[in-house]
Design a protein around this ligand. Structure first.
Ligand code: NAG
Ligand code: ZN
Length: 297
């Protein structure tokens, strides 16, 4: 399922890059076609868990455990051996970016694995990513697993990261989490993308958000009413860009667009509502101010 969605990645990028000189921007591998979005949204509408209705015994805290898996080629930083200090800085960036969402992130464990094949070639379409995830994933639906790799060979070459959606957890729990380019963390070496917002963006998918350019200028788009529709991903920091008719400019400062890290600053209220709703429905996370059980008094 997520695999068939990801197989369509090539089409998504090709149609985006098909125009004369559209810059590519951040290269996220979390691709989902509009048909799959429509199917998922229908199911979400049917199964959506309302605030305050999770059973207290099965609910998880919005203070999320982060299980960080450093995959490296060797013991060097260039080989992917990200130091604890950069991981800590990345968790701080996540906490700032998500401060208005009700979610927070706490590093629960870091594992370190030297495996050159995983480091170089793991990717959404590579079968070895399943081995890597199966060997290392920890926790349940509300636990955030991150694998840092190099995306140096094969079809995933040049990716910044990719994520699974909350709605995929039930069918494929072992696949759940984010695979991230190791050099996108704060103080990393990837130009334009080294302030930590690649993980902010991928965590947004993991928490239930689509790209702001999902569905282009069409009526459904990313399913969020306060993110303006956008025909194509942003790149760099194109302030004032406008690619669809109607009021307002493209949401290039939104964490779910493709701008450079320094240009990404916000989630909208509509996205925050969706994060909470998706996290509640598919990851059994209960948020403050929505006391579970009170609805039944
Ligand atoms: C971290 O995970 C490893 C591998 O599962 C485990 O051996 C270790 O005990 C864990 N450490 C902590 C602090 O939980
Ligand atoms: Zn993305």
């Amino acid at each position: 399922m997520i695999c068939s969605a990801i197989l369509a990645l090539a089409f998504g990028i090709a149609s985006v890059a098909g125009g004369p000189s559209i810059p590519r921007g951040r290269n996220c591998g979390t691709y989902i076609d509009d048909q799959t979005v429509a199917t998922k949204e229908m199911a979400f509408k049917l199964h959506q868990v309302a605030p305050g209705t999770l059973s207290p015994s099965s609910a998880s805290s919005p203070k999320l455990n982060v299980y960080w898996h450093v995959i490296s080629k060797d013991d060097t930083l260039e080989g992917g051996n990200v130091p604890d200090s950069q991981i800590a800085a990345q968790i701080s960036v996540l906490n700032s970016a998500y401060s208005s969402t009700g979610l927070s992130w706490v590093l629960a464990n870091t594992t370190r694995t030297v495996n050159a094949e995983w480091f170089e070639s793991a990717g959404p379409e590579a079968s070895i990513q399943a081995d890597m995830k199966a060997a290392l994933r920890q926790g349940g639906p509300a636990d955030f697993n991150v694998w840092t790799v190099g995306f140096q060979k094969g079809k995933a070459k040049g990716l910044l990261g990719y994520a699974t959606f909350p709605s995929s957890y039930e069918a494929e729990p072992e696949d759940d989490g984010v695979v991230l380019l190791y050099s996108t963390v704060p103080e990393g070496t990837t130009p334009g993308y080294n302030k930590g917002h690649t993980l902010t963006h991928e965590a947004g998918h993991w928490a239930g958000l689509y790209h702001t350019f999902q569905g282009g200028c069409g009526p459904i788009g990313d399913g969020i009413s306060d993110t303006k529709a956008e025909k194509i991903p942003s790149a760099g920091c194109p302030v004032g860009r406008k690619t669809c008719a109607g009021e307002g400019v493209d949401p290039i400062n939104n964490f779910m667009d493709y701008s450079d890290d320094e240009c990404l600053t916000e989630f909208t209220p509509g996205q925050i509502e969706r994060i909470q709703s998706q996290m509640r429905t598919y990851r059994r996370v209960s948020f403050a101010g929505q006391t579970e059980g009170s609805a039944r008094l």
